[in-house]
Design a protein around this ligand. Structure first.
Ligand SMILES: Cc1ncc(COP(=O)(O)OP(=O)(O)O)c(N)n1
Ligand SMILES: Cc1ncsc1CCOP(=O)(O)O
Length: 506
């Protein structure tokens, strides 16, 4: 996959100069479409000689740069290379994806057309950045070799590649009147959902492409739950600064955490540039609160509950963020009552738990299964739980798992980074809590951003760790993870913005 994961695919313009109305030009139509909110552009010229194609591509690239959207070339790697486009789109009969990747490298986007589950699985295995799924409906823009998929067919393909961390758009016969039906009907609750619509004739052939695009954007955003490109990109742009703030404050992060993870939590805290202290002695809680940047309350091994509550209260009084990790919170009646004491006797700034823990706290089930995660939670249920708890306790709530959900009660985000190895080492969730606390300590004006930045730092570090040659299993992964936390926060803070795979849900 390419390194540029944070691309907005929601309204994808694919061009065809033969459909441009006689009163205008292709460049004119593209600019109008960009004005109207197109988020990515593909230059698709089926019958143009190489020289004129390159000339045209240069002009379209200049336009897309003006509007800060990615520029993709259809089929022709040579043209993409000549103009240094952001990527290529290839069909099933074009150059194989692995060859294209070898030529273009990992800095470029590669999209692949898919018409069935096998093609989709192959493309995802080979590292496609996005899939163009279609044709959804009949279209006069392209002669179709296969039956249209319909909305159900698109959904079936998306479901078949659950776990894929790239993006997917649908194409073929899409116009304003069927856009909502497609966006809503094809979306799934898995990791792979429909991220946008790719449109040719309804935009390129329109007499007023700007107005058409504005309407598309409204329909697509509404179906996505009000997400805006700005909200995600603004948030991610803050993560860089959030790391800087940790370095300039080197905040002390006081943990009352569990015996199993204490060493890893301290090392992870140090790795990102904060300073850990792991005291559990009641006598010094007040004094520590006076110098703390943040406080972590981790319920793993509940030794002295009254001291934990006191610690939260004195940190509340000092205005320090308190981060609760309700480890095993749904596992026993005793633990359920302890979580209730925490949230009623003190004020939590951030509550971060796995699916079972958060659902239990929200009284939405949350089966008892010790301290490990429940795995997948239906997206609607997850979103309802984090929002509801955030509003009830006036705090940030994060439910971590294969997809992480974070909400302040108004805005909710789904984070798709990380990987299965995080579930194979003990305490990775506790490590996320520690890092979230480090970000919260140094970024007190925006706890939602701090929580997201903290989670992304760990999940992206885990992706980088997995790519290391020396990582052979859980043991080597654990060390590599701490190394990568250090790398991201000390050497490459831009990795967060580059690698983040995040959706704004509302
Ligand atoms: C976003 C997107 N999806 C699918 C296609 C179709 O590509 P392909 O199968 O190569 O067909 P042509 O576009 O070459 O006719 C696409 N172009 N874009
Ligand atoms: C390029 C392509 N691939 C599958 S359908 C199609 C054409 C889509 O065009 P339109 O949006 O005009 O139906």
């Amino acid at each position: 996959m390419a390194n540029h994961k944070c691309v907005d695919y929601s309204l994808y313009l694919v061009t065809d100069s033969s459909l441009v109305p006689s009163h205008t030009t292709l460049l004119g139509q593209i600019e109008q479409a960009l004005e109207g909110g197109v988020t990515i552009v593909q230059l698709r010229e089926k019958d143009m000689d190489t020289g004129p194609f390159i000339d045209l591509a240069r002009q379209v690239k200049a336009l897309t740069q003006k509007y800060n959207v990615p520029f993709i070339i259809n089929d022709r790697l040579d043209v993409a290379l000549a103009v240094d486009a952001d990527g290529v789109h290839i069909g099933q009969d074009d150059m194989p994806l692995v060859e294209a990747r070898r030529i273009l490298g990992h800095g470029k986007i590669i999209g692949v057309s898919c018409n069935n589950e096998d093609e989709a699985r192959q493309a995802t295995t080979d590292g496609a950045d996005y899939l163009g799924i279609g044709a959804v409906w009949f279209t006069s823009t392209k002669e179709l070799k296969k039956e249209p998929l319909g909305v159900a067919g698109v959904r079936r393909i998306l479901t078949s590649i659950d776990g894929y961390r790239g993006y997917a758009v649908a194409i073929g016969g899409i116009h304003l009147e069927n856009a909502e039906e497609l966006m809503v009907g094809a979306s799934t609750s898995g990791t792979c959902t429909l991220n946008g619509l790719a449109v040719v004739s309804a935009i390129i052939g329109a007499t007023d492409p700007k107005a058409v695009c504005e309407k598309f954007v409204k329909v697509i955003r509404a179906a996505q739950g009000g997400a805006t490109r700005d909200s995600v990109s603004h948030l991610l742009s803050q993560c860089h600064l959030a790391i800087k703030n940790i370095h300039s404050a080197t905040p002390m992060v006081h943990h009352i955490t569990n015996n199993v993870v204490i060493n890893d939590n301290a090392n992870a805290t140090l790795a990102v540039g904060a300073s850990p202290i792991m005291s559990t002695n009641r006598v010094e809680m007040e004094e520590l609160a006076a110098v703390n940047g943040a406080m972590v309350l981790n319920m793993g091994t509940l030794n002295d509950i009254d001291t934990m509550i006191l610690a939260a209260q004195v940190n509340n009084r000092q205005g320090n963020p308190v981060v609760l990790d309700p480890v095993g919170g749904g596992a026993t009646t005793f633990r359920k009552s302890v979580v209730q004491r925490f949230v009623t006797e003190a004020r939590m700034t951030i509550i971060k738990g796995n699916g079972g823990e958060i659902l239990s706290l929200a009284n939405r089930g949350g089966r008892s299964r010790g301290v490990d995660s429940l795995g997948n939670v239906d997206e609607q249920v997850a979103v309802a739980a984090v929002k509801e708890l955030a509003l009830k306790h006036q705090c940030i709530v994060a439910m971590t798992g294969p997809i992480d959900y974070v909400s302040d009660g108004v805005r909710t985000f789904a984070l798709h980074n990380g990987g299965p190895m995080l579930a194979v080492i003990t305490g990775s969730g506790c490590m996320v809590t520690s890092i979230v606390a480090c970000f919260a300590a140094a970024n007190r004006s925006d706890y939602l951003m701090a929580t997201i930045a903290g989670i992304l730092t760990v999940t992206i570090a885990s992706e980088l760790a997995m790519k290391r040659q020396e990582v052979k299993g859980p043991g080597t992964f654990r060390s590599a993870l701490i190394d990568e936390l250090y790398t991201i926060t000390h050497k490459n803070p831009e990795f967060i913005q580059q690698y983040a795979n995040i959706r704004c849900l509302a």
